[in-house]
Design a protein around this ligand. Structure first.
Ligand code: CUK
Ligand code: CUA
Length: 766
């Protein structure tokens, strides 16, 4: 017993000598020595200095990267390139309990149940942050799934997926998710043409019956959800629509979607036909779709739509006739359509052309007004003359793809796929300014807030398709490679290679960290997936279990370091429903909950209520436990699910669980507790002797410690009650529980003390 108290004092001592220990270590090597030993140049040291982020310092920008086929979103910081989080979106993610608790499974299943099948992966391509006046506002994140056309809504208050909407008319998508300047709509354009609504039509009727489409999903910002009933689509010709962008400023109210395979070619290698790749690139031009979505919105309101699979669709002939849809030729198999920050131009690059084409919105409007069309396509859509709408065409390199913008006017960066380069150029003047080689085969690239009305410049990330020789080999499947580039000067400088172990990420978006205001806890008893109070949340002391034939329903809680209840009894074949509420208020005090040999793994962040429903299909003894190392007695945060066989008769055999204790045990425990209280008092003495109230982090820790001390007090009272009744067993056990709360108090107190010492707390006059 004495030993534990001594340990506590030793712990306290290490806190005060820690600073000395650090300064005495590592004196031998100089910076030059390290450079020599590791073969680093001065340039390397400069790059390191520009990215290295010391302990405790935060990144200037956060990046939300597509996680590709992993169906997740990857969150990392810039300039450190440290990964902060994977957000489960279209795929179950066990650590966050995503797809394992009933609440999140509902979100996932709403999006993953497709015609009776369950699709548990997503090919994520384009994330997009909600915008206000064309600038990212940090409230919501959207991302599309190319394979099973869907859009997910992630709330950036807690970085959780809240909603997945399936596109009922498309069979694949690509041109999403991108938001209108005030996030009224999230756009999703189809990729591979197919009959709208998913019916079967022979491929020979491709031109007649196969179609593309673009969907405008109505976003309700107050609710934080997409409203399918207020969303609409526009039917498009069966060209392979590719990427979309919304206009802003002068071009607000319009959207732009490029396409490839305007040839409408259908391959069939096995039938002796040349492959898709030949037929889809045979002609010199494809079409940029120019859409007046505000006008489309009016026509939808006026009832000019047909309904396909519950979706309001503006028919192609109506869109063509009513001035909603126009086409402009674009050179050879383009990829990317990126509106400039001022909304005056749209840049489209041809994958098989060395040029980027800068379209002028003003010229496009003039041509439309004058009715100057070079003709119509087979579906009656007016075609605007390329020459009449182009501002500049600039030769950028082999295989230009995507474009991002700088904080400096007229400056753009375009990824050059075949040359594996980034080209920096001036789209106003049509001049190339700089080129930087990257490794290898860059797809998208991303500048800080580089697709908004006010890009921040500073850094650029190249999202490379291959990693080949960049990292230590880890088998035939290589990591992805995101390369950080400094764009603050005239010349671009490569700073850092980050391997990403999830892929393939296509696009990423960034935001100034200070624009994000995520919460650190939920109001107690919250269903985080609906943002509402859970009907299953309970407060401390009102935990209970409802048992009915065939069903056991538990309303429990978790808090350092126990789960209530600790024993759950059921019969073989019962349905078990466990609702748990995390009673913690303290930051980062997440508990987990897993049940032996069952597919149950929950994550309970402070305040959250989650539920698990499963079948106890086999009799046995199943330990359950907390999966997060939450406190010194984390391993003891455990319990038993006892599943009795059918027709089980209670055994008459005598049995015993645990040890028994005497008055001497109790007295020794109490004595040790009193000494521990002395340690706690000294920590409290230090904290209250300084200006801790000026440190919000310390204030939060002190609040938590006060909570724990309150629990210690009530355990102490219980032990004293039992002592009065001379029930030494219970008296001793409650005295031990009293000690456990003291340990938690001391642990938190020491954290506060360390924080205050490291952040220069000052003595105050009492
Ligand atoms: S895409 Cu993959 S590199 Cu889906 Cu935006 Cu261009
Ligand atoms: Cu709670 Cu470990």
């Amino acid at each position: 017993m004495k030993k534990r108290t001594q340990k506590m004092a030793a712990l306290l001592a290490t806190v005060s000598i820690g600073a000395f220990a650090i300064s005495s270590a590592g004196m031998a090597e100089t910076l030059q020595d390290v450079m020599k030993r590791r073969g680093l140049s001065e340039n390397d040291i400069m790059a390191a200095a520009k990215t290295y982020t010391p302990t405790g310092k935060h990144d200037e920008f956060l990046v939300f990267s597509s996680g590709g086929q992993s169906g997740q979103v990857i969150v990392y910081g810039i300039p450190s390139m440290r990964i902060l989080k994977y957000i489960g979106v279209f795929t179950p993610e066990p650590w966050q309990g995503y797809g394992f608790d009933d609440e999140s499974r509902k979100v996932l299943q709403e999006g993953s149940k497709v015609d009776g099948r369950e699709v548990l992966f997503g090919d994520t391509h384009h994330p997009s942050i909600s915008e206000t006046n064309g600038d990212t506002d940090g409230q919501f994140l959207f991302i599309n799934d190319k394979n099973t056309p869907r859009i997910a809504v992630i709330d950036l208050k807690d970085f959780e997926t809240k909603q997945i909407v399936k596109n009922p008319i498309m069979q694949s998508d690509h041109g999403g998710a991108f938001v209108s300047p005030n996030s009224e709509y999230v756009i999703e354009a189809s990729q591979y043409p197919a009959p709208l609504g998913g019916e079967y039509v022979p491929i020979e009727q491709f031109n007649e019956k196969y179609r593309g489409a673009v969907t405008y999903w109505k976003f309700n910002r107050t609710k934080g959800r997409i409203e399918p009933e207020n969303s609409f689509s526009i039917e498009l010709p069966p060209y392979s629509q590719d990427l979309s962008d919304f206009g802003k400023g002068p071009s607000d109210g319009w959207s732009f979607t490029n396409s490839f395979c305007a040839e409408r070619y259908v391959g069939g290698i096995e039938r002796g036909r040349p492959p898709f790749e030949a037929g889809c690139s045979a002609k010199d031009v494809d079409f940029l779709h120019v859409v007046n979505w505000k006008k489309a919105e009016e026509l939808v309101k006026a009832g000019k739509t047909k309904t396909i699979s519950g979706m309001k669709v503006l028919p192609l002939d109506v869109a063509a006739k009513e001035g909603v849809l126009f086409l402009i030729p674009e050179p050879k198999s383009p990829h990317g359509a990126d509106v400039t920050p001022d909304g005056k131009y749209i840049i489209v690059s041809g994958k098989l052309d060395t040029h980027a084409t800068v379209y002028s919105f003003e010229k496009i409007q003039a041509a439309i007004k004058a009715g100057k069309f070079s003709g119509k396509d087979e579906y009656g859509v007016p075609i605007i003359d390329l020459g009449a709408s182009v501002h500049k065409q600039v030769e950028l390199g082999l295989g230009p793809l995507h474009t991002q913008y700088d904080s400096k006017a007229c400056i753009a960066y375009t990824s050059i796929y075949v040359d594996s380069q980034v080209t920096k150029w001036d789209y106003c003047e049509g001049k190339v300014l700089d080129k930087l080689s990257v490794h290898y085969n860059i797809g998208h690239l991303m500048a800080m807030e580089g697709d908004t009305a006010h890009p921040k410049g500073k850094y650029l990330v190249a999202l490379n398709k291959l990693a080949i020789d960049r990292f230590a080999p880890v088998g035939p499947l290589h990591p992805q490679n995101h390369q950080l580039i400094d764009i603050s000067g005239d010349k671009m400088q490569l700073l850092y290679d980050m391997p990403l172990p999830l892929g393939e990420p296509h696009y990423a978006v960034s935001i100034s960290t200070d624009r994000l205001k995520p919460s650190i806890r939920y109001p107690s008893g919250t269903n985080s997936r609906t943002d509402e109070k859970s009907p299953f949340g309970v407060r401390a002391g009102s935990e209970h279990t409802d048992t009915k034939p065939g069903r056991v329903e538990v309303f429990g809680t978790v808090i350092r370091s126990h789960i209530t209840p600790e024993i759950i009894e059921a019969n073989e074949g019962d349905e078990i429903v466990i609702h748990l509420t995390n009673l913690e208020r303290a930051e980062d005090e997440t508990h987990g909950f897993a049940v032996s040999k069952h597919n149950v793994n929950l994550s309970l962040e402070p305040g959250k209520t989650v539920s698990a429903t499963f079948k106890a299909n086999k009799a046995g003894v199943y330990p359950y436990y907390c999966t997060e190392f939450c406190s010194a007695l984390h391993l003891e945060m455990e319990g038993y699910l006892l599943v009795k066989p059918a027709n089980y008769k209670a055994s008459t055999a005598k049995g015993k669980a645990g040890s028994s204790y005497t008055k001497a045990d109790y007295d020794a425990r109490v004595k040790a507790n009193v000494e521990t209280q002395g340690v706690i008092d000294s920590v409290v003495g230090y904290i209250t002797s300084v200006n801790y109230k000026d440190f919000p982090q310390a204030v939060a820790l002190v609040e938590d410690a006060t909570d724990q001390l309150g629990f210690a007090k009530s355990a102490k009272e219980k032990s004293e009650d039992f002592a009065k009744k001379q029930d030494w067993n219970n008296a001793m056990l409650w005295a031990e529980q009293w000690f456990q709360y003291q340990v938690k108090t001391a642990d938190i107190g020491l954290r506060a003390k360390t924080h205050l010492e490291q952040n220069g707390a000052k003595k105050v006059q009492k």
